[in-house]
Design a protein. Sequence first.
Length: 358
Amino acid sequence: MTEQDAVLTKFREYILGPLRFMNVLSCFELGIIDALREEPAAGMTAERIAKATGLRVGAVEQMLLLPVKEGLVDHNEESEVYRLSGIARVQDGDLARVLPWMDMMKEVCLRQLYWLTESVRSGKVVGLKELYDFDGNFYEASTHYPHLQKAWGGMMDSVTGFIDPWFHEHLDVPQNARVLDIAGNTGLGAVLAVEHKREENISVTCFDFAQKEAEARETFRAHGVEDRCSFIGGDVFQAVPTGFDVVMIKHFLDMFDKENVHRILTNVYEALGVGGQIVVLSPVHPEDITQSSSVDFFPAYFYGCTMAEGGPQKVSTYAKWMTDCGFEVTKVVSQDIATMPADMIPAHGLICGTKTRP
């Protein structure tokens, strides 16, 4: 293959990407995959799948062409029977992690990315204005449109559930620490912090927009940790609540450019007393960007779908910004990509700091 052909092949993959994605996702949404799960050994003909799903036979055959080509589904042309192949080898827990990502990509990304170019030019999420007549960022919009919150929240809860064991394995907190979870969203992060740090007997306060309070408190109630978790409504750009030993900032700094990251870190610094700790968990880019799929996802996601700014940085960059805002950096850890599930997009970094002077 010539160098020109290699480049043209990449363009072909870009062109086909959205169509391939929706073809596979629709096979799940239409019930085709569930129908094949019902008889994994015997398999089903297109006629039987059509009867089970209420689809036309021709539609079933067309929708399964790509999954067959990709090895996700097997087709015996003599018997005309379809069986799950690649999909059958994926454990339910792994598939439960993948599908929320696919749902989020459809609901949050595909439609809004039509206006990516305009969003980059204007510094505003144009898709939100065009689709919902909403002026603001995605996270504000999600409090008004439940289907957006559901799609994004499901993906975020999946990411949180996956990364939190790694995060807490590398996190040291003082005994009986009072922890503030900035941008705590549904409260799941606070719950997981309490569960992972039971021996340390910590208490966690979720800090987010006031509109998130009811959902967060319901999360606390559902997990039986109402005595260890609480909620404060507010805006991190206005002020950070005082009286805490540790401030956690998880999956939040990457939403902003340098200027706004500095504003957040400065507000945290002012809210903490001497000896107070800051803990940042964020998607990060590796030094060699060819070793990660994060650059495939985050620039378009942040600029076209959520904030019209931001994007992950290298851990060294976050550490420098933390130092610039007065903290002494005490720990920097990057997730080992080789240990991650093959489907995972973001790799994370943990950056810890301490306020050492008034």
